[in-house]
Design a protein around this ligand. Structure first.
Ligand code: AMP
Ligand code: ZN
Length: 115
């Protein structure tokens, strides 16, 4: 499948991996919008949050656990951060493999991504 995030998961293209387990991978965004900008993705190709099925809910659990780990690794567990997942044309999703942006390391205004 021609999916850039599947290629990162399969280590076919490089990324700065922050955290990884059997279910999820977290790697730094190539175009950060803040000092901390890490993407958390399921290791299964799920196109978006609207494609999540009942059997995928283990990934939702694991993504949330990974968010906690990444926040600690990146040093924003105390200072705070924002989680964003984009969907569809108005949401501005450009890569069709489910991903959650973890953004922090500075005080975030109400508009931080795809305004
Ligand atoms: P979205 O607009 O929500 O689909 O976000 C896609 C994100 O993926 C953007 O923030 C891009 O900067 C990021 N991105 C695209 N290609 C790569 C890559 N090869 N490695 C890391 N991040 C990437
Ligand atoms: Zn994929």
């Amino acid at each position: 499948m021609d999916c850039i995030f599947c290629k990162i998961i399969n280590k076919e293209i490089p990324a700065t991996i922050v955290y990884e387990n059997d279910y999820v991978m977290a790697f730094d965004d190539a175009h950060p919008v803040a000092p901390v900008h890490t993407l958390i993705v399921p290791k299964k190709h799920i196109a978006s949050m609207m494609e999540l099925k009942e059997e995928d809910m283990v990934y939702v659990d694991e993504i949330h656990k990974a968010i906690q780990e990444v926040a600690k690794i990146k040093g924003v567990a105390e200072s705070g951060f924002r989680i964003i997942t984009n969907f569809g044309e108005d949401g501005g999703q450009t890569i069709h493999h489910l991903h959650y942006h973890l953004i922090g390391g500075k005080h975030l205004g109400p508009k931080i991504i795809h305004d």
